[in-house]
Design a protein around this ligand. Structure first.
Ligand code: B12
Ligand code: SF4
Length: 534
């Protein structure tokens, strides 16, 4: 007899995106295993993975399948996977979870082949679900769960968020290390949630919907224990996936980062041998904070810049001002930390003037890793509520859209959708790959500081600069086109296609250059990094 008087254990397969692994599913697998169940992870990144995923599930033969519903834009893929699993004869319990599932549980249970939806944080709800199923009991009444009953949807009582994050078992990492530039990387969480309330963001909406707390920190000791454990498995760079690693107040950040640094060093891991990638907001960056981050071994700071327009920042619910962006970037440059950022050029109420301010900002930083995007609408967020109230939401929960109130901004976005799709908007876009490549060159600068690295870094920087200068030109050109008086849609379409063709001709060598540098850094890193045992 297993734990809690259970007769048998559940065998579960968890399916979801596995770029940068998947800490959500890894935490769930660890919790399930701790409760005596069997759990396996299978990668499912896009629709074309469906057949392989279905085959893998059929080969494993689990009692329960859980599908990650992390991204609003890929709900349809998750629904199709659920249907395909049923079509292939899977008759066990089918559940899902994640930010999207938390808010769209009713629609998913209505449209999907799911039996239940795990809402908010999943560890306890999911293991209770597995316990109930393996004991042959009904899942009805499990807190945090929504389920189907008599063709209707029933919502269980809410489950409070876990108070002590260190009570959770560590995520069950994949056996083969994830490599960037040949260096083993580990993904890590030292907190959950965020103290801010940006109008477009799922993080604050998620914890608010669960009745808080908005933000929880792990204690430095257990984080350092996990870092040491991962270090002993070979990890040399730590990607901290916290949404808010640099805290709101300077004194709190300094206390936190110094405590973490001390605890990590006490366990024998020095900044020479392990480095960090973290996230922060421009208004929380200061000289003491950067010095503390540097001492911890931070190389890279993903900075929440978002826009260079004061009006847009206020609309997006950001707490910082445009001058914070410039100040934070200048300080990062001085302290040898590379900042990367995303620029939300478009949002429902932006104008061409606002967009111009952000393009000017991008123009000033051609050497830094950045990308541009449109603000997307996620269920449960204040921006979703606003557009719904204004009657402007298009599409449905499987992917919301909107038309910008400024027709010229809308026109500019449509032009860019034609000529910058692969370069900026696609998940594996050239600009996203340059962000990864920039971190890759930083890893080599840190671990292998020699002349050959210097040459490679120069090549990466030249490439980043060339692509960014060209991208800013395209942004300018499309903005100018959208500003022309009396726009004829046919002419605009024609010009957009011409611009797209010219842009892809220029980008042709850049794609192969990214591949070449990425592969070269990978092979070189693998050959130069001493194995953990040596
Ligand atoms: C790391 C990360 C990534 C990584 C890796 C993603 C991965 N493979 O896991 C990368 C860089 C690839 C990425 C990319 C993107 N991301 Co991202 N990402 C994150 C981030 C920061 C952390 C995810 C994480 O590990 N969380 C920690 C775990 C423990 O928390 P959790 O995810 O909430 O999981 C718990 C519960 O939700 C639940 N649960 C979750 N999944 C499941 C599944 C089952 C079966 C069950 C039962 C329960 C369950 O239980 C978990 C444990 O308690 C989140 C923000 C966040 N804090 O979650 C954004 C987030 C998920 N990303 C987001 C977005 C928008 C994107 C991009 C679209 C960005 C872009 N413009 O390119 C892309 C899309 C990529 C794609 N494949 O299409 C949004 C999604 C919003 C939405 N509603 O759609 C988020 C929420 C950030 C935000 N600010 O809103 N991302
Ligand atoms: S600071 Fe980042 S994680 Fe926090 S609410 Fe804003 S966008 Fe979300």
């Amino acid at each position: 007899m297993g734990p809690a008087g259970r007769v048998s254990a559940s065998h579960v397969v968890l399916l979801g995106p596995n770029q940068q692994e998947n800490l959500a599913l890894q935490y769930l697998a660890a919790a399930a295993r701790q409760a005596g169940h069997e759990a396996q992870l299978v990668g499912f990144n896009c629709r074309s993975d469906t057949a392989n995923a279905v085959r893998a599930v059929a080969g494993i033969g689990p009692d329960v399948v859980g599908i990650a519903m992390q991204f609003q834009h890929s709900i349809d893929d998750g629904l199709a996977l659920a249907r395909a699993l049923r079509g292939a004869g899977f008759t066990g319990h089918l559940t899902c979870g994640g930010h999207v599932a938390t808010f769209c549980y009713a629609e998913l249970l209505r449209d999907g082949a799911f039996d239940s939806v795990v809402r908010h944080e999943g560890e306890s709800t999911f293991t209770e679900l597995l316990d109930a199923l393996s004991a042959g009991k009904s899942v009805a009444g499990i807190a945090g769960l929504a389920w189907r009953e008599h063709d209707g949807v029933v919502l269980g009582l809410p489950r409070p968020l876990v108070r002590d994050l260190d009570s959770l078992p560590w995520p069950e990492r994949q056996p083969v290390p994830y490599l960037v530039a040949g260096i083993p990387i580990a993904f890590l969480l030292t907190s959950r949630g965020c103290t801010e309330t940006c109008s477009y963001c799922s993080i604050s909406a998620f914890s608010r919907d669960a009745s808080g707390p908005a933000f929880r920190l792990r204690a430095p000791g257990p984080v350092a224990d996990e870092v040491k454990h991962l270090y002993d498995r070979g990890a040399r760079a730590f990607f901290v996936q916290d949404d808010l690693f640099v805290l709101g107040s300077e004194s709190a950040t300094l206390a936190r980062v110094m405590a973490l640094t001390k605890a990590i060093r006490l366990r024998g891991v020095s900044p020479d041998s392990a480095v960090f990638w973290v996230k922060g907001r421009p208004d929380s960056v200061s000289v003491p904070v950067l010095e503390a981050l540097r001492t911890m071994g931070t190389l890279h700071l993903f900075l929440g810049v978002e826009s260079a327009s004061a009006e847009r920042l206020a609309y997006l619910g950001r707490s910082h001002r445009p001058e914070d962006n410039q100040r934070a970037i200048a300080l990062c440059r001085e302290h040898g930390i590379v900042p990367s950022f995303n620029l939300m050029l478009f949002d429902p109420d932006c104008s061409l003037e606002h967009i111009g301010e952000t393009i000017d900002f991008a123009r000033q930083h051609p050497d830094l890793p950045w990308n541009v995007c449109r603000t997307e609408i996620y269920s449960g967020t204040p921006l979703y509520g606003r557009l719904k109230a204004e009657g402007r939401l298009q599409g449905d929960y499987r992917s919301y859209g909107y038309r910008m109130s400024d027709e010229r901004a809308e026109m500019m976005f449509r032009i860019l959708r034609v000529c910058l799709h692969e370069r900026a908007f696609a998940f594996d876009s050239l600009l996203n790959r340059l962000i990864s490549l920039s971190f890759a060159r930083q890893l080599h600068e840190h671990f292998f500081p020699d002349l050959a690295t210097l040459q490679l870094s120069r090549e990466v920087l030249d490439l980043v600069r060339a692509v960014h200068v060209d991208t800013v030109d395209i942004l300018d050109e499309s903005r100018a086109l959208a500003s022309e008086p009396r726009l004829d849609p046919h002419v605009v379409r024609q010009r957009a296609v011409e611009m797209a063709l010219a842009a892809s001709r220029r980008a042709l060598t850049w794609y192969s250059e990214v591949d070449r540098l990425w592969n070269h850094l990978h092979v070189r890193g693998r050959s130069l990094l001493p194995s953990p045992a040596s």
